[in-house]
Design a protein around this ligand. Structure first.
Ligand SMILES: NC(=O)c1ccc[n+]([C@@H]2O[C@H](COP(=O)([O-])OP(=O)(O)OC[C@H]3O[C@@H](n4cnc5c(N)ncnc54)[C@H](OP(=O)(O)O)[C@@H]3O)[C@@H](O)[C@H]2O)c1
Length: 232
């Protein structure tokens, strides 16, 4: 375990989301944290994952953050619905899933990653999903979401390898928050066993505890809310 030099600034991309808002709230209450910069299209300062110029402009407003969390994601919305069968796969829906779940976060890693301090603990964490694990896929379904999260995991892992060359204390990880009661999971909560649906505040606290325990030797890992390793 290595500790963040305090005080430090934090960034939450997706600050308007169920999990993102809970992360912002918890970070704002943390005495070690100086400023929390929240971004999204509808809350905090503006950032649209589908517009690289807006990502670069957002990154330029932040100086040397020690913690950057990408808490954006898309499972359902206009033109996107989790596909149960390959017959339901649609090019535009797939492209939209990749755009929001993989390409946008990669651009956030590109623009915010270079702003991490050169020395001392710094963490770049992307919120992924266990269903993005290829090794763990026994149930099938949700083609676009699964595949775009698998792509996100690979982009994170590749960035972790590169980051280690330039910033020896920096850590890049993908995190699974558990099943969390947010607009993203709302339509799919019926089958979730009692006790397995987390309040956003609980999931945020768990993820921040995992982040606190990280050391450079953890870089490139895919970890769940309880700190356990998830196979890629
Ligand atoms: N909830 C769960 O059970 C669960 C389980 C596993 C993994 N996850 C992952 O956890 C993360 C957080 O999800 P959540 O449950 O908090 O979902 P959510 O409440 O639906 O929030 C999604 C966030 O993504 C942002 N976003 C979407 N498209 C965007 C775009 N084009 N540009 C910028 N921001 C965009 C939204 O902001 P705006 O719309 O305001 O831009 C919002 O802040 C996601 O990565 C999700 O895949 C969630």
């Amino acid at each position: 375990m290595s500790a963040f030099p305090a005080p430090f600034d934090a960034v939450v991309v997706g600050a308007s989301g169920g999990l993102g808002a809970a992360l912002v709230e918890r970070l704002e209450a943390d005495p070690r944290v100086g400023r929390v910069h929240g971004f999204s299209r509808s809350g905090g300062a503006p950032l649209d994952l589908t517009d690289e110029t807006s990502i670069a402009a957002a990154a330029a407003t932040v100086k040397a953050p020690r913690l950057v969390i990408v808490a954006t994601g898309l499972l359902h919305g206009p033109g996107v619905a989790p596909e149960k069968r390959i017959a339901a796969v649609d090019a535009q829906g797939l492209a939209r899933s990749f755009q929001v779940n993989a390409i946008g976060p990669a651009l956030v890693m590109k623009h915010f990653g270079q702003r991490l301090p050169r020395d001392g603990k710094a963490v770049l964490a992307v919120i992924s999903a266990r269903v993005g694990s290829i090794a763990d896929n026994r149930q099938g379904g949700w083609y676009g979401y699964r595949a775009s999260k698998a792509a996100l995991n690979q982009l994170m892992r590749t960035a972790a390898v590169e980051l280690a060359m330039h910033r020896k204390d920096a850590i890049c990880v993908a995190l699974h928050p558990g099943t969390v009661d947010t607009p993203l999971s709302k339509p799919f909560q019926k089958g979730v066993p009692a006790g397995a649906l987390f309040a956003p505040a609980y999931a945020a606290a768990q993820l921040l505890a995992v982040i606190d325990r990280l050391s450079p030797h953890d870089t490139g890992r895919f970890l769940a809310w309880d700190g356990r390793n998830i196979p890629f």
